[in-house]
Write a protein that binds this ligand. Structure first.
Ligand SMILES: Cc1ncc(COP(=O)(O)O)c(C=O)c1O
Length: 372
C-alpha cells in the first residue's frame, strides 16, 4: 500500500469527510426517509435554530443556495431595478449574479492590497443616491473590515449584506461573521466549511420582521398555505439537506480548528519561500476556507505542482467586472487595479480538515523545490 505522503494531493476530498461521519450521515438520511416529510419541516427548523448560534443572530432562514440567500436579502431590503449595490470584484461571480438577479446593478469597488477583501475607502468613493446596499465578502474565510464598512454604510443610510458563504464560524473581535450586517448570507455548497450533499443556503439576521418576510419570500410569498401575499421565490432548504447539515454541524468548530492548524503548518514549512500569504485582520479568527498566497511565477509554479501530483486552483482568475456577462457595465480593465493584479498572482493550495500533515509537507517540499 502506498503511504498517504506518496499519493497525489487532491485540492479537496469530500469522501474522506463523509467516511469520518458515515454513521451520522446514514442516520440523518434514514430519519428523513422514514418521516415522509421532505420540505420545510422539523429538520429545517432545528438546523436554523442551531446555525443561528454559529452566526450569532437571533434568526436564521434556510434557503436553496448561497446565491439565493443574497438575492432574497436584497429583495427583502427593497433593492429593485435601477438601484446599485456595491461589492468586491474579487469573489465568486455568484455574489454579483445575486445582485443582478435582484434587478440591481453591481458596482465593483476595489480590494485591500493585503487581505483582498472589499476596501471601505474604495466602496465610499462609489456611493451615490442610487446606492442601496453594500455587499462585502469574507473571502477565503477571512472576515473583512466590517467596522470600517459599516461606518461607510451608516453614513449613507444603507444596509450591509454580508456574503459569509466562505466564512462559517469565523469571527472578528469575537463576533461571528454574518452577525454584523442587516443580514449574513451562507452557502452550504458541498466544498464549503459546512457543506450539504447538494445545494443549500441560509440567511442570518437579528431583525425579526425581516426574518418573517424572508420566510414568506422563500416559500412563494405564502403567508398561509395557498395564500400568496406577494410573488415570492421557490427557494427552500429541503429536509434531507437540513438533516445532513445537522449531522455535520457539531463538527464545524473542530474542522475549522484543524484547517487553522494546517494553515499554520503551511506557513511554518514555507517560511523561506517567496510566497505572500493572504492574511486575515489581526483581531479575526478566520475560517480558513482556502489557503491562498500570492506566488511569484504563479502559472509555472502551478504546472510544477501539477506535475508532482498536487492539485491547485485559482480563486478567482477573472475579476468579476471583467467577466463577459458584465462587459456592458462600463467598468473596464484598470477600474479595480488591486483586484486585477491579485487575480494574476494568487494561488490556492489544498486545505481541508482531513488533509494529513504529511500531505502538507509534500506540497511544501514541491513548492520549495520549485523556488530553489
Ligand atoms: C463568496 C461566495 N458567494 C456566493 C456563493 C454562492 O453560493 P451557492 O453556490 O451556494 O449559490 C459562493 C459559493 O459558490 C461563494 O463562495
Amino acid at each position: 500500500m502506498t503511504k498517504v505522503a506518496d499519493q497525489a494531493v487532491p485540492f479537496v476530498d469530500l469522501s474522506a469527510q463523509h467516511q469520518s461521519i458515515a454513521a451520522e450521515i446514514r442516520d440523518a438520511v434514514s430519519r428523513v426517509m422514514e418521516s415522509g416529510w421532505f420540505i420545510l419541516g422539523p429538520e429545517v427548523e432545528a438546523f436554523e435554530r442551531d446555525f443561528a448560534r454559529v452566526a450569532g443572530t437571533s434568526h436564521a432562514v434556510g434557503v436553496a443556495s448561497g446565491t439565493d440567500a443574497l438575492t432574497l436579502s436584497l429583495w427583502a431590503l427593497g433593492v429593485s431595478p435601477g438601484d446599485e449595490v456595491i461589492t468586491t470584484s474579487l469573489t465568486a461571480a455568484f455574489t454579483a449574479l445575486a445582485i443582478s438577479r435582484a434587478g440591481a446593478r453591481p458596482v465593483f469597488a476595489d480590494v485591500e492590497r493585503e487581505g483582498l477583501t472589499l476596501s471601505a475607502g474604495s466602496a465610499a468613493e462609489k456611493i451615490n443616491p442610487r446606492t442601496k446596499a453594500i455587499l462585502p465578502v469574507h473571502l477565503y474565510g477571512n472576515v473583512c473590515d466590517l467596522p470600517a464598512l459599516l461606518k461607510v454604510a451608516d453614513r449613507a443610510g444603507i444596509p450591509v449584506v454580508e456574503d459569509a458563504c466562505q466564512a462559517h464560524g469565523a469571527t472578528l473581535g469575537g463576533r461571528p461573521a454574518g452577525s454584523w450586517g442587516t443580514t449574513g448570507c451562507f452557502s452550504f455548497y458541498p466544498t464549503k466549511n459546512l457543506g450539504a450533499l447538494g445545494d443549500g443556503g441560509l440567511i442570518a439576521t437579528n431583525d425579526e420582521a425581516l426574518a418573517g418576510r424572508l420566510r414568506r419570500l422563500r416559500n412563494g410569498g405564502q403567508e398561509n398555505r395557498y395564500v400568496h401575499q406577494e410573488a415570492g421565490f421557490n427557494s427552500r432548504l429541503d429536509e434531507m439537506q437540513a438533516a445532513l447539515l445537522r449531522a455535520k454541524l457539531p463538527h464545524l468548530y473542530a474542522w475549522n480548528e484543524r484547517r487553522r492548524a494546517l494553515a499554520a503548518l503551511y506557513r511554518a514549512l514555507l517560511e523561506k519561500a517567496p510566497l505572500v500569504w493572504v492574511d486575515s485582520l489581526p483581531t479575526a479568527e478566520p475560517a480558513c476556507h482556502l489557503m491562498v498566497a500570492r506566488a511569484p511565477e504563479r502559472d509555472r509554479l502551478r504546472e510544477a505542482l501539477r506535475d508532482s501530483g498536487v492539485q491547485t486552483l485559482i480563486h478567482y482568475p477573472i475579476p468579476v467586472h471583467l467577466q463577459p456577462a458584465y462587459r456592458d457595465l462600463g467598468q473596464p480593465k484598470g477600474s479595480c487595479p488591486e483586484a486585477e493584479r491579485a487575480a494574476g498572482e494568487i494561488l490556492s493550495l489544498p486545505l481541508y480538515p482531513e488533509l494529513h500533515d504529511s500531505q502538507v509537507e509534500r506540497v511544501a517540499r514541491a513548492i520549495s523545490k520549485f523556488y530553489r
